[in-house]
Ligand binder design. Sequence first.
Ligand SMILES: *[C@@H]1O[C@H](CO)[C@@H](O)[C@H](O)[C@H]1NC(C)=O
Ligand SMILES: *[C@@H]1O[C@H](CO)[C@@H](O)[C@H](O)[C@H]1NC(C)=O
Ligand SMILES: *[C@@H]1O[C@H](CO)[C@@H](O)[C@H](O)[C@H]1NC(C)=O
Ligand SMILES: *[C@@H]1O[C@H](CO)[C@@H](O)[C@H](O)[C@H]1NC(C)=O
Ligand SMILES: *[C@@H]1O[C@H](CO)[C@@H](O)[C@H](O)[C@H]1NC(C)=O
Length: 510
Amino acid sequence: MANLEIFVSFLLIFSFFPRVLPGQNPSRRFSKHGPRFLGKFSFPTKNNGIIGAPQYRYETRYFDQVLDHFSFSELPNFRQRYLINTDHWTGPDRLGPIFLYCGNEGDIEWFAANTGLVWELAPRFGAMVLFPEHRYYGASMPYGNREDAYKNASTLSLLTTEQAIADFAVLITELKRNLSAQACPVVLFGGSYGGMLAAWMRLKYPHIAIGALASSAPVLQFEDIVPPETFYDIVSNDFRRESVSCFNTIKTSWDVIELEGQRNNGLSHLTETFRLCQKLDSAYDLSDWLSSAYSYLAMADYPYPADFLMPMPGNPIKEVCKKIDNCSDKTDILECIFEGVSVYYNYTGSVKCFNLDDDPHGVDGWNWQACTEMIMPVSSSVNASMFPASDYDYRSDEKFCLENYHVKPRPTWITTEFGGHGFKKALKDFGSNIIFSNGLLDPWSGGSVLEDVSDTIVALVTEKGAHHLDLRPATADDPDWLVEQREAEVDLIQDWLDEYYEKNKAVYSM
Ligand SMILES: *[C@@H]1O[C@H](CO)[C@@H](O)[C@H](O)[C@H]1NC(C)=O
Ligand SMILES: *[C@@H]1O[C@H](CO)[C@@H](O)[C@H](O)[C@H]1NC(C)=O
Ligand SMILES: *[C@@H]1O[C@H](CO)[C@@H](O)[C@H](O)[C@H]1NC(C)=O
Ligand SMILES: *[C@@H]1O[C@H](CO)[C@@H](O)[C@H](O)[C@H]1NC(C)=O
Ligand SMILES: *[C@@H]1O[C@H](CO)[C@@H](O)[C@H](O)[C@H]1NC(C)=O
């Protein structure tokens, strides 16, 4: 990884909203981007995001997929990529299960490499493994290529969660028919946005999938179902629990950065202090870059070294705070922040300079989704947050989306389609067989389901877990609570399958 610059990957995504527009009270603005699931400044590394990665074996196939499931317009089909492995599958005669991972907003191979749990469970359950890719990402481009798929608001209009879930449903139905495996039970898996898809697919297509493991899936992070400050409050608590002085240093740093930015040569000084490749245009770009790092550190605050978003040590927030606290004797607080954040951006020591460039590829898929359906309000509270206070401002998001993507967000569509305030009640009355797994260090956990809804809609919560840690491959360093969480998942999946086999035996013997 020599000469590696931090660059922006078009694969890896999230919303792209100016919280407060330039020229407004600057103390209210620290981030023109809302938090993302996957880092704007992160990228899949050569070993696909796992240190000492086991490489999973699969065959890559393409499926001739319908582009618009909800109209009969004569649009061209597109090639949907999917990864498949049948090595351990016990086959149709023994009703071998099919484990389907709901592809998220990125290249499916990267998710496959980072979802060790599914691969490790396959032999234990005699399961087929299937990783279908999400439309408009990776190699699954409508209209033949990315450029045409991302051309304008009409070509992008088929990039929706409903279409993506329907893709999975159509694919698995045809695949099962081809294999005479119609009676084989399907279990869904997903993490983050993919976890939301898994939970929603179980709700929409209960006849197609018998259950879903939805890891770190913030299905309630819409409208005002959870307070908008939840996300940044959790990030901030993750820092405060390591060190109050670290929390305070970071909280103080924003004003220092802003004041420095207003001084003569201040931007040059900031550029030098933070070893940036290009001279800063605005101190906010730096604050934005820093706040991204803190958010991803919280998401990936894993107990062992990993490089899911970036190569990082185990308990990375502890390491960042060690650097920041250790340096507090020095006069320059910015130097301390630089040393701290280098744990995130330069852990391998191979970065020559940091590049803050915005997405050079223009619209990426997640920006589009965040401007249409996936409106997840986020703000920063005055006291509990270490970030500058900011209100959630829907109007500015809307303005941004209209200007940049010529599209008006529909912030109440997801809740109308899949359930909003009444989500848990509806799940209790009409749903079954969903696991919502979460780690409380993960800032997205605040928007997920954290308590059991019924006997079969179960929350598995770990205090020290982070963003879909349970989906990662088992390691020798796994703490007991993680091993137990995974075992609980295995037991529940086994229950679903047992029940299915029990019922099917009855059907067949009738
Ligand atoms: C988007 O591009 C397509 C293909 O070039 C074109 O037919 C369509 O009119 C464009 N739509 C808009 C809204 O610009
Ligand atoms: C099912 O079989 C048909 C005919 O061989 C093939 O064209 C299609 O790609 C198959 N679909 C899947 C999902 O395997
Ligand atoms: C703390 O600072 C001292 C002196 O600057 C340095 O030698 C030491 O390596 C630092 N420790 C950590 C954990 O960064
Ligand atoms: C990254 O770390 C290496 C090793 O500590 C250091 O030599 C290099 O200057 C750092 N890069 C930046 C941009 O700070
Ligand atoms: C924040 O803390 C200050 C000082 O403790 C207190 O006066 C204020 O009411 C708090 N604000 C909120 C919104 O909790």
